[in-house]
Design a protein around this ligand. Sequence first.
Ligand SMILES: NC(=O)c1ccc[n+]([C@@H]2O[C@H](COP(=O)([O-])OP(=O)(O)OC[C@H]3O[C@@H](n4cnc5c(N)ncnc54)[C@H](OP(=O)(O)O)[C@@H]3O)[C@@H](O)[C@H]2O)c1
Length: 253
Amino acid sequence: MQDKVYIVTGGSRGFGLAIAKALVEQGARVGLVSRNQSGLDAAVAEIGSDHAFAVATDVAHKQGLQAAFTAIKNHFTRLDGLVNNAGMARPNAVENLVEEEVLLQVNTNFLGTVFACQAVIPLLRGAQNPRIINISSASAWHYDEMSHLSIYAATKAAVERFTRDLRLELQPDGIGVTCVRPGGAWTSFADGWEAQPFKAGLDAWHDSGTYMDTGMEVANVADAVAYSLLQPPGVAVDLLEIRPNIPTPKVSL
Ligand SMILES: NC(=O)c1ccc[n+]([C@@H]2O[C@H](COP(=O)([O-])OP(=O)(O)OC[C@H]3O[C@@H](n4cnc5c(N)ncnc54)[C@H](OP(=O)(O)O)[C@@H]3O)[C@@H](O)[C@H]2O)c1
């Protein structure tokens, strides 16, 4: 990965920051994208400004992404790949979901991934062994995840289906496309969740008799992304699911 340049959306914290740090440890440089400048500034300070450069934008806005990705490529004078990691969830029962919550999840998780891929494809053509990694979620396919995440899980299932077609479309360009599907790891993911619908989701999950493994480290997800980026030309990990393997008790609020 020496001197390669990868963009990581949602790179200011959680999985994104861990991914950025793992890539830099292997010699790469990273362009970080998220909405809040203060979070990006802190991430750049942690990684070091020689290896990290950040542009604030919302992945739900295609023009902002195009400008941010171009600025990152210009800054480092090259671009080798994109990790579409920015994402969010708003747990709620379907009946109680308000339009704003639905749109926020669809626009960030699904359309944000689509727009970012559209923005990056022309910037990656001609690079040596370019890569796109789309981050999904175990909740897209496994029913033992927390309840009341229907829209979130559906957006991630949409990302996975979209990624399969993108993989085929970009084969002639030599751009490798991978879906990484992580299970649970503690991050700031639930920080903005409202207490009442969060509790209702947890209660329903408790009643359902299923369990969700948690306790994986963010570094494990970062390693899965690095492994996918490191494949040789002509080979691409298709779908990589990584999940915790420790039974953990259900948490209550
Ligand atoms: N944590 C888990 O257990 C888990 C499991 C499976 C999959 N995932 C997926 O992994 C990814 C990262 O999750 P995480 O747990 O690291 O979440 P997190 O700690 O909440 O971090 C989310 C990151 O995305 C950025 N972001 C959110 N909305 C954005 C938007 N509209 N435009 C640009 N940036 C945005 C945030 O920065 P700003 O707020 O400043 O924009 C932040 O950098 C997500 O796609 C999530 O669905 C997480």
